[in-house]
Design a protein around this ligand. Sequence first.
Ligand code: SF4
Ligand code: MG
Length: 313
Amino acid sequence: MIEVNDLKVYYYSYRGVVKAVDGVSFQLREGRSLGIAGESGCGKSTTAMALMRLIEPPGKIVNGSIKIDDADILQLDEKTLRKEIRWKKISMVFQGAMNSLTPVYTVFQHFVETAKAHGYQAGKEELREKAIELLKKVGLKEDVLYRYPHELSGGQKQRVVIALALLLNPKYLIADEPTTALDVVVQAQILNELKKLQESGISVILITHDLGVLSELSDDVMVMYAGKVVEYGPIEKVLGNPLHPYTKLLLDATPKLRGGELKWIPGSPPNLIDPPRGCRFGPRCPYRFDKCDTEPELIEVEHNHWVACHLYR
Ligand code: SF4
Ligand code: MG
């Protein structure tokens, strides 16, 4: 189980303190998968980087706790983290990773480098076998091992990146916008591979701005806005009965196969150096009223369905 409590990640810039993640709490129960949704800049990727404890200066985790199974990862030293947690317990497919494969390395060399970086002890032959097994797991054939990135399609590269993330048999896998750069058919294939991984017992944390993608894969969903969680719960509740005005608008802005006019959300997310007083969605919210000048807390409106909005009390 992953348990995040009151996580705050701030970036210290010349212009001021950017409160990128500002009091985020959630749980990922064993065997469930979580989707984190929201517009770019809402803190999704920063939350994920914090789970890996990969926040780098000028960013800093300034508050909160992150427990992964029994380990309180904000208390561990870097060495233990490398040895026991990162890539072994929780691994990540970084946003855009498929485009940063090293052009002069074959896929196998990428496995060799990943093994080195994360202390995977194996001889060359053993590593080769493991790599082939992982490639198969994500729907690729053995011969991909000897190819260079430029010889692979976008979908193949994304599969390779996922296979690399699985090298040390993690229990949790974070995938940050894994389908964003791909065309729809390939998107569906990648989602399918992630679904299979999930069925094999890996808990996937999927980060996306696309609620459609999320609905394919996730058991639970957390909608973020301007560094905060605005709605959280099982997917059928959050997407079936969205309560927060932002979630509703986000759903209206999700292309559907047929019917319905495509809407967009007027305005833009706030400046996180100086966020609006009270509800951060206030300036864009069609339902705003007096009370919204104070910050809404996340409350459980129905069983397991949490919303941060004064419309619900
Ligand atoms: Fe809108 Fe107020 Fe709810 Fe914020 S708290 S989403 S401003 S109604
Ligand atoms: Mg991102």
